[in-house]
Design a protein around this ligand. Structure first.
Ligand code: NDP
Length: 292
């Protein structure tokens, strides 16, 4: 027996929300959309979506509601404007906007008070990768809502990760993964600029960069093992050795009058470890020095 067509409302049709709605349409869902500036909905209406006249109608139009606004604060303001007696009749609300853990806590409370099952979401890709088999979106929250809608949500990211029933589980992990990604990305940009100042093209540097992304994968694996086993022997390269090397890198950047915030940040973490007496240990010991 074929299942009924899933109905999904998407509120927030920016670069990401627009692609989420478009992808759900392509996957065969009945899609209702709402955006603060209605003109952004035009291509989706043309593709078969229904335009809700206001946020309230959008929320009531579907079993599954996805919010993807600039941040969780904006989504909270929209939801709070609906008034205290608004009842969502056991629907599911997935908030994929970036926000803080405190905002998630308030949104989950709002969901309880308004009879809607809450899932928090964190998108780990750019819009171009929405709908791909390898794409990951993190989720956590209401277990029945997850079971009920995971198949529909899989149209957006073929490799979703459900982090458990606590709605507050998703956001800290999501923010931490982006702290990692953008820290690494900033360092790559810094290296690219340094290489370019010596005449190395971006294309050539990109090709050679894969050596270091492989090394980074291995370095993370080794560091995670060391941190979980507490084995910080400095036989490969101690913190002191890293500092000596990175000071040369810093000197190259400063001498060329180039930005060097990433290298300074890395050195400052190494200095923390040295100040804690860990200079002769493996670089993974910086983790110990970074504890609050
Ligand atoms: P855009 O800037 O393209 O779109 C922002 C959306 O939020 C628009 O729909 C905008 O409406 C709406 N909005 C802003 N302020 C308000 C408000 N006060 N009330 C109601 N609606 C509001 O951002 P993205 O679509 O790129 O990002 C959306 C979310 O997805 C963000 O939280 C972002 O961090 C997250 N994300 C984005 C990624 C990306 O690659 N783009 C990757 C991973 C996560 P209007 O059109 O009226 O301005």
């Amino acid at each position: 027996m074929s299942q009924a067509t899933p109905s999904v409302s998407v509120l927030g049709l920016g670069a990401m929300g627009g692609v989420l709605a478009q992808t759900l349409l392509h996957s065969g869902c009945a899609v209702t959309v709402w955006n603060r500036s209605a003109e952004r909905a035009a291509p989706l209406i043309q593709a078969g979506a229904t335009l809700a006249r206001d946020a309230q109608s959008a929320l009531l139009a579907s079993d599954l509601i996805i919010i993807c606004m600039i941040d969780k604060a904006a989504s909270e303001a929209v939801l709070l404007s609906l008034g205290p007696t608004f009842d969502l009749g056991g629907r599911t609300l997935v908030n994929m906007s970036t926000g803080t853990v405190a905002e998630v806590e308030r949104l989950a409370r709002w969901a309880d008070e308004h009879n809607v099952h809450y899932l928090d979401g964190g998108i780990l890709c750019y819009p171009k990768d929405i709908g791909a088999a390898h794409t990951a979106i993190l989720y956590s929250g209401h277990p029945h809502a997850w079971e009920q809608h995971r198949q529909t949500l899989k149209a957006l990211a073929g490799n979703p990760r459900y982090l458990g029933t606590d709605p507050k589980a998703c956001t800290p992990t999501y923010l931490a993964l982006y702290a990692f990604y953008f820290g690494a990305f900033a360092a790559w940009l810094e290296g690219t600029v340094l290489a370019a100042s010596a005449g190395v093209s971006v294309e050539a540097f990109k090709t050679l960069s894969s050596i270091m992304t492989d090394m980074l994968v291995d370095g993370i694996d080794t560091a995670a093992k060391r941190i979980s086993t507490g084995e910080y022997g400095g036989e490969q390269a101690s913190v002191d050795v890293h500092v000596a090397g990175q000071e040369v890198v810093l000197d190259a950047l400063v001498s060329a009058k180039l930005p060097h915030a990433s290298t300074l940040a890395y050195l400052s973490y190494c200095h923390l470890a040295q100040a804690a007496g860990l200079g002769d240990q493996d670089i993974a010991a910086v983790y110990k020095a970074m504890q609050p």
